[in-house]
Design a protein around this ligand. Structure first.
Ligand code: F6P
Length: 552
């Protein structure tokens, strides 16, 4: 339950709202020439600029007070110490152990998990190297040319996002594919044109019970059996799971099964064996660089004072935008085409973690919790939904991400990309007054009356908040850093909201109902009397459409 100190700190922040909104961001910058310096943090080759957020020095001080009132730092240390902070599942939360290079033990129930973390990682990385270097061969003796990861949610989004992000580091002869949806089109389209004798499947599932993954794995198994023979399953499958007994039942050879632990949440599992497709794509050394990037952020998160702590500041700004300014959504716009799946990855990370309606003690949340997270790469988004962000009636805080230097891309294109990223932040902050719009239109040749008529349409309120992440280059280490920053941002928000950021009960009801509806959908004779009228009506209509199709 939120403490009195937390509520007092939130109330103080709420009291500052009107004062901040009474000014424009433009005036904030004009009045404080050192604003960029004050409201930005540099962590070697990564800059976090939050000077275009709607805050001032007293607000920042009050946000720091809020973090202290919520004991964010003590809660953080409880997580790193292996305490069971996922209270509804009674689990420790230790994805940080997977990238712990301190040499220090990490204990769960008194047991140091590091020896097992290291040996599991070594086994996984050595298999990755064997696949890359052609030592893992199919049943007919061919090296693998295609690796297909079958998984969903945390067992898909992380490796899929990261493999695409780091594609310049992957050998061109080895293709990576990701199948997640139970929609047969997903696996069907992926398999079309592939050679089963050169295809390796990785079945990735923490629980090894997820319907989508098990259904796709069975289809893949049938495809291999049909193409290369039943005995080939042995050579064409690997698995990643915490449920080793269930994997064995599927018939995957034990040397190709890579475990992890219940203290690694699905959406935090990219650092574990779930990262196998990424390790195959970029190789063991680069995978280790990726882990090191995450570890560097862990150190920063634990050591930097709150005022200079990037993930804590990200979390506090999110609380300010959500709870005080009332912004219900948050956009993530990477100016990097290869980060195209990063917003989807962050959607799971943030919305599954912090989309919660009760506090740790089960009482209703006393403030709004996680915002809707969404996004698309720039510059494409600019030609689609940015209209609303600039001139719509909703204010949508954005994160803009861009690298100073391109990775395996044309430098001139990259200059334009960076210019667009900076221009969007500038335009959203600065805006254009109706008077300015009128003067510009008039100068462009319109009559005074016409320019005045168009001015409201062509003006921009400005004062729309953005944070910019500017880093040297998107390489494995930087990607590890970016992911870990958002993980700890989510942690900070959860600590303030006093929620369990590490369970996901909200996905269960739909899963249960889908299981009970599956036979009703498949069998037209199954009864629908127990269903609500809408669902029964939909089933009846479905049967009608299918009947018409069969008949006609
Ligand atoms: O449906 C939600 C979820 O449980 C996620 O939390 C998880 O990442 C995903 O399903 C996949 O689960 P699994 O790895 O057990 O197949």
């Amino acid at each position: 339950m939120a403490t009195k100190a937390t509520l007092t700190a939130l109330a103080k922040l709420t009291g500052m709202r009107e004062g901040v909104l009474a000014r424009t961001a433009r005036a904030d910058f004009a009045d404080h020439p050192d604003r960029f310096k004050t409201f930005s943090v540099t962590l070697d080759d990564l800059l976090f600029d939050y000077s275009k957020q709607r805050i001032d020095a007293p607000v920042l001080a009050a946000l720091v007070e809020l973090a202290k009132a919520c004991e964010v730092e003590a809660k953080r240390e409880a997580m790193f110490a292996g305490e069971k902070i996922n209270i509804t599942e009674k689990r420790a939360v230790l994805h940080t152990a997977l990238r712990n290079f301190s040499g220090e033990p990490v204990r769960v129930d008194g047991q140091d998990v590091m020896p097992e973390v290291i040996s599991t990682r070594e086994k996984m990385l050595s298999f990755a190297a064997d696949v890359r270097e052609g030592r893992v061969r199919g049943a007919l003796g061919q090296p693998m040319t295609d690796v297909i990861n079958i998984g969903i949610g945390g067992s898909d989004l992380g490796p899929a996002m990261a493999t695409r992000a780091l594609s310049p580091f992957a050998p061109p002869k080895l293709r990576s594919h990701f199948v997640s949806n139970v929609d047969g089109a997903d696996i069907g389209d992926t398999l079309r044109g592939l050679d089963p004798s050169r295809t390796l499947f990785i079945v990735s599932s923490k629980t090894f019970t997820t319907v989508e993954t098990m259904t796709n794995a069975a289809t893949a198994r049938a495809w291999i059996t049909q193409g290369v023979g039943e005995a080939a399953v042995h050579d064409h499958f690997a698995a990643v799971s915490t449920q080793l007994d269930k994997v064995a039942q599927f018939g995957i050879q034990p040397t190709r099964v890579f475990g992890f632990w219940d203290w690694v949440g699905g959406r935090y599992s990219i650092w574990s064996s779930i990262g196998l497709p990424l390790a195959i794509a970029i190789g063991p050394d680069r995978f280790n660089e990726f882990l090191h990037g995450g570890y560097e952020i862990d150190q920063h998160f634990r050591e930097a004072p709150i005022e200079r702590n990037i993930p804590i500041l990200m979390g506090l700004l999110s609380v300010w935008n959500r709870n005080v300014l009332g912004h219900a959504t948050h956009g993530v716009i990477p100016y990097d085409q290869r980060l195209g799946r990063f917003p989807a990855y962050l959607q799971q990370l943030q919305m599954e973690s912090n989309g919660k309606h009760v506090q740790l003690d089960g009482s209703p949340a006393n403030t709004a919790t996680g915002p809707v997270v969404w996004g698309e790469p720039g510059t494409n988004g600019q030609h689609a939904f940015f209209q609303l962000i600039h001139q719509g009636t909703e204010i949508i805080p954005l994160d803009l991400l861009v690298a100073a230097t391109p990775t395996d891309a044309d430098a001139h294109h990259h200059d334009l990309l960076v210019a667009n990223c900076l221009a969007q932040g500038q335009a959203l902050m600065h805006g254009r007054t109706p008077e300015e719009a009128e003067a510009i239109t008039h100068k462009q040749g319109a009559t005074e009356a016409e320019a005045r008529r168009l001015a409201p349409h062509k003006s921009f309120s400005g004062s729309r908040p953005t944070s910019t992440f500017l880093y040297r280059r998107l390489d494995p280490r930087m990607l590890g850093r970016l992911i870990a920053l958002y993980e700890h941002k989510v942690f900070t928000e959860g600590a303030v909201w006093d929620i369990d950021s590490f369970d996901q009960w909200g996905v269960e009801l739909g899963k249960e109902l889908a299981l009970s509806l599956a036979p009703v959908v498949a069998d037209k004779a199954a009864g629908t009397a127990a269903l609500d009228a809408s669902t029964a009506g939909l089933v009846a209509h479905l049967r009608g459409l299918r009947g018409a199709e069969a008949g006609g």
